[in-house]
Write a protein that binds this ligand. Structure first.
Ligand code: MTE
Length: 316
């Protein structure tokens, strides 16, 4: 994430006509008929075989954009996941070493029902929903992704946070054998992120277990990752093993690494430049022309009220 500004991303990495064709095949394989495009059955089978398992019983979520989806191949091969290397292509090639079952999620801190959960028991009480969200990365690229997940607020309520719980802290697995990037000190491991309790409870915030109708590819944060669509992508912590209710504002991995560049709030704000690049525009992966970045990534109607009265230049 600190390596290259978006202006230096070669177009060969973001624009490839073939991905559109393969996307049609994948959508067909996933049964996402809404896109309404046809593909040859032979190609569909070849694609389906290479994909993660399709998820059953996915309901249409209450929120989401109808904008064109970013091709699956871009979503699953252009990643930030420093536990698997610092360049965008490494995670897709190396994250196969991550074992996502069995997987335990620890819930603790300021709550009345702390527990260690097997990932499947953790998810079971909830209905899986598809939510098509715009995602904006701090480096200047953006995507539209059909996530499959569960509302974080519904999950958190199960653990009965106490009145002392003001924030929620999330932690990624730490295991240098499965995550070779952790042998480097590029970040202070394990990766940590945090949200204010009201942000965590907001109905737009989800824990994702899949995308494009199928199980999350490891490189996208399997088996469980955070998705907060009005914040920069780096808040979307991957491969979560711990959720902790806390009374103090957590320090996220990027904030710890460079607090002048990455603040706690990390709301998408085109008026506040990152110290090393402008935040005013973005390039959606798969598109050629840049577009203007929207305040709160276009989710202002739903989320701006949470920041009323705050100086968003200081609380960046
Ligand atoms: N989570 C962990 N554990 N490690 C990471 O390096 N990178 C973050 C975020 N979550 C990261 C992480 C950043 S910088 C971004 S932009 C998003 O993941 C990228 O998510 P994607 O690869 O699914 O697009």
């Amino acid at each position: 994430m600190l390596i290259r500004p978006a202006t230096e991303i070669p177009s060969s990495e973001i624009t490839d006509e073939r991905v559109y064709v393969r996307r049609r095949e994948f959508l067909q394989a996933c049964g996402l008929a809404a896109v309404g495009l046809a593909a040859s059955p032979i190609a569909v089978n070849a694609q389906a075989a290479a994909r993660p398992r399709k998820l059953e019983n996915v309901a249409r979520g209450p929120f989401g954009t109808t904008e064109a989806l970013t091709p699956y191949e871009n979503v699953a091969t252009y990643n930030n996941f420093y536990e698997f290397g610092t360049d965008k292509s490494s995670p897709a090639m190396t994250a196969g070493s991550l074992k996502t079952r069995p997987w335990t999620v620890k819930v603790d801190g300021e709550c009345d029902r702390p527990a260690d959960y097997d990932i499947d028991d953790f998810i079971k009480p909830h209905t899986l929903e598809e939510r098509v969200y715009r995602m904006r990365c701090v480096e200047g690229w953006s995507m539209v992704i059909p996530w499959v997940g569960i509302p974080l607020g519904d999950v958190l309520k199960r653990f009965e946070p106490t009145s002392r719980a003001k924030f929620v802290e999330f932690t990624t697995l730490r295991d240098t054998r499965q995550m070779p990037g952790q042998r480097s000190s590029v970040l202070d491991w394990p990766y940590v992120e945090g949200l204010r309790l009201d942000e965590a409870m907001h109905p737009l915030t989800i824990l994702a277990v899949g995308l494009y109708g199928a199980v999350l590819p490891n490189q996208n944060g399997a088996p469980l990752r955070l998705v907060v669509p009005w914040k920069y992508g780096f808040k979307g912590i991957k491969s979560i093993v711990r959720i902790r209710f806390v009374d103090r504002q957590p320090v996220g991995a990027w904030e710890r690494q460079s607090s002048s560049e990455y603040g706690f709030y990390s709301n998408v704000n085109p008026q506040v430049d990152h110290p090393r690049w402008s935040q005013a525009s973005e390039r959606r992966l798969g598109e050629f022309f840049k577009r203007k970045t929207l305040m709160f990534n276009g989710y202002g109607d739903q989320v701006a009220g949470m920041y009323a009265g705050m100086d968003l230049r200081k609380n960046f």
